[in-house]
Ligand binder design. Sequence first.
Ligand SMILES: [Fe+2]
Length: 448
Amino acid sequence: MALPLRRSVNNEGAREKLNSAWSRTDEIFAIVASGQLNAMPIVWRHPFIFYIGHLPAFSWNQICGGILKWKSFNPLFDDLFCRGIDPDVDTGECHWHPEVPKEWPSLAETFEYRDNVRGALSEAVDAIGRSASADAQQGRAFQMVLEHEFMHQETLMYMLQQLPFEQKRRPGFLPRYSFQQAPPSRDIAVPAGKARLGAKFQDGFFGWDNEFEEVLVDVPAFTIDALPVSNGRFFEFIDSGAYDQEVYWRPDDWRWKNLEKKYCPTFWLKRGGDWYYRAMFDIFPLEHVASWPVYVSLAEARAYASWIGKRLPTEAEFHRAAYYGPDGRESEYPWGNTPPAFQHGNFDFAAWSPVPIGSRPAGASRWGVMELAGNGWELTDTAFAPFPKFSPYIKSYPDYSRDFFDGKHFVLKGASWATAADLVRPGFRNWYQAHYPYVFAKFRCVKN
Ligand SMILES: [Fe+2]
């Protein structure tokens, strides 16, 4: 089935979208307290200052340097900031990236570089319009730069989540938390049928290379939880002692749990005999946030599922549950074909925190499965792999398979509260390692 085309934007629209993405980026960096931009709250990521330079470097390299062939005003920074890191969390091995300098450039120089690139990009909107090839490269190139910025905004947010409170500033505009009780979950039966994964290059306004080409797969019948697992439900797993029993874990997951000395999800902490939840700017007694979705690594989600005699969904099962309904028709979003909005899910920084599961019933899929887009990415147990006819955007980059399609990264679908609405589309695939516990990632279970 051909889905509606995403609407292209004119030059003014493109500039507006860039400006609004940059304002959000600036809001995010402003959370880091003064003097703390060299902090590195997650050992597998660069310090914050790298990302201040990386976002403009990527944009410059793609558009001004790449398509328009403009002469760089800072080739050193174009290279230094061109690529981040994603080490194998089990071995520490990392793909190619520019050598990490003994000292990062000064903040003043990095901000100057950022501002120069932003100015150049605003001019590039018109310039690229005059020189664009017939394949709507303008829309695609700018959307790529925007989506790269959006994805990094989210990774910055989960780095900030790990940054100690005293190293960050609480913004004045935060929405209020909600703590109401969650409705009970139930099993929803999804009959056997087809699921369309990926997308047709011709159909969409923009997608990343790993989203193409589309493929139709047969999915056997399964039942799926109507709601994701909450902190309250996961607490039962911990409280029963099962989290510490090897029998529920896969061998490599168990090894990781022991090596990391994990006794609970990364967002929880235990003081004395009491459990607490560490949100971005506040600590709550765990029972206050019992209705929020639990954020865990895939390894922990698998152990929970095994404890209750279920398993994690596959990518194809997610698609069946999200984009189909009892009438067999496919829809663009779980709720239908209207563009993502506040009532459909907790994404696009609507809340700056999780909200109680089941708070946005208007976002339910036509089977009645809720929260498939928003409030936390949905973990699947499908290894991240190319669809048939995959063709990398960067032809000269030979390591795509070794670095990402490595059997150690798994597909996540949907969106979190820190995911821009532009990324809420069926084709979008996120991917993380099973032993990477920092993501705003929730899960639900399925049964054959
Ligand atoms: Fe990047």
